[in-house]
Design a protein around this ligand. Structure first.
Ligand SMILES: [Zn+2]
Length: 425
């Protein structure tokens, strides 16, 4: 075993990591009008299988012990010197949204792989085993809730319920899709052994780090998330002959809710945000009052009480609009997660490590949901953020500079080493 000082000087191969990001990005690649290169690998589609196969191949090349569990989470482990020690886990997801980028999630997984390869190359053994994981359906773009794989992994959702979830696009059953792509694995889920610690490297997906010219974010926690699907039923009628006062216009109500939740967020201020990301009208014709609208509302806050307040205002708004316009509004919760605070020791370790490596750092909450918030239920957890150019994510123009990718991966390496050497003599 090396002494601690020489381990401090260990660095990842940033070019090798970049090449893997590029290679994985070619799977399900989509091209933008200005030559942007994005990715569409919705969970449990053929493209997801192809991406999984590529990453699993790399895991195998590194001689890692690979397990695939009953919800399709893949965990690859490098043994430690102490057979009784729990693994230090790194990871993220490789599924993307329909018009996603090449970094979201992929960086955490391939960054973890790069850590493994660096240790292997330098012949370094650690006391704790080290695992790199990718979790099923983090994005929730096809199957809801999001972060489904990691939620089941920590026992937050029953396996049977998860397998019965239906796809938003084609109504396919999650369990069937998992089997179809060959990733319904034999390992039980939830996991029997909690990791020693979990750390996830991820792009920020927002503009703060770039705006403040900071390289590494030490993530303090994750905002609470509330997703609701609304089905508004009114009455279709002729757009020319129906007087305004006699309308039951589902399209109008959808628009009023869109404007209304934005006003609620603006009025509350702080970290409160509100978004209507999906809205479909029926019959969706120029001269027909919409009979039906289906839409989603996404509310987030770092504070649970404030999030509940936003939800209450949103529900009151719906009730009022339903009454005024004479429509019915059916509400269905798609996801609801309370805000999560990460482990203080882990947050400080990320910050200290980044500073030691000469990077500017900032403690910040995450605006997006991540697998890390699920792992935080069972072990000390934190995340490492690197800047997103123009703050863009869930967008084919998503980009993070190679130098920032390397910086983040080196922080990941050193944090993993610190945790994996704990208790070593
Ligand atoms: Zn992600």
């Amino acid at each position: 075993m090396r002494n601690a000082e020489s381990l401090y000087d260990l660095r990842v191969d940033g070019d090798r990591l970049w090449r893997r990001l590029e290679a994985l990005g070619e799977v399900g690649a989509i091209l933008g009008p200005n030559g942007e290169r994005g990715c569409a690998r919705l969970a449990l589609t053929d493209a997801d299988r192809e991406g999984r196969d590529l990453v699993v191949g790399w895991m195998r090349d590194l001689g890692l012990a690979i397990t695939i569990d009953a919800v399709g989470n893949v965990v690859a482990t490098r043994a430690g010197t102490d057979a009784t020690a729990a693994p230090v886990m790194v990871g993220s997801h490789i599924d993307t949204v329909r018009t996603g980028g090449r970094f979201d999630g992929n960086l955490g997984v391939l960054g973890g792989l790069e850590v493994m390869e660096t240790l292997e190359q330098h012949g370094i053994s650690t006391r704790h085993p080290i695992s790199v994981a990718f979790f099923t359906d983090e994005e929730g773009a096809r199957f809801q809730p999001d972060m489904l794989g990691s939620l089941v992994y920590v026992g937050g959702m029953a396996l049977e319920d998860a397998l019965d979830v239906r796809a938003a696009d084609d109504n396919a059953r999650l369990g069937d899709e998992l089997a179809r792509i060959g990733y319904a694995g034999p390992t039980p889920c939830p996991t029997a052994t909690a990791p020693h610690a979990y750390v996830e490297l991820h792009i920020e997906q927002g503009p703060v780090l770039e705006d403040e010219d900071i390289t590494i974010g030490a993530v303090t926690g994750v905002q609470g998330i509330s997703w609701t699907e609304l089905t508004i039923v009114g009455q279709s009628a002729h757009a020319g002959t129906t007087p305004m006062r006699l309308r039951h216009d589902a399209g109008y109500v959808a628009a009023a809710i869109t404007a209304g939740v934005r006003a609620i967020a603006r009025e509350m201020g702080g970290t409160q945000v509100a978004t209507v990301g999906r809205c479909e009208l029926l019959p969706n014709l120029v001269n027909v009052i919409a009979a039906k609208a289906t839409m989603t509302v996404d509310l987030r806050n770092t504070d649970e009480a404030r999030l509940e307040k936003a939800e209450a205002s949103f529900h009151a708004l719906c009730d009022q609009l339903a009454k005024d316009e004479g429509v019915t509004i059916e509400r269905r919760s798609l996801a609801r997660f309370e805000p999560v605070e990460f482990d203080e020791g882990m947050i400080k370790l990320v910050q200290r490590t980044a500073q030691r490596l000469g990077h500017s750092t900032k403690m910040m909450p995450s605006g997006a949901g991540h697998d890390a918030q699920m792992l935080a239920r069972v072990c000390p957890t934190s995340m490492i953020f690197v800047p997103s150019v123009n703050g863009l994510s869930h967008n084919i123009a998503e980009f993070t500079k190679p130098a920032d990718i390397s910086a983040g991966a080196n922080v990941l390496l050193q944090v993993v080493l610190a945790k994996a050497m704990e208790g070593a003599v």
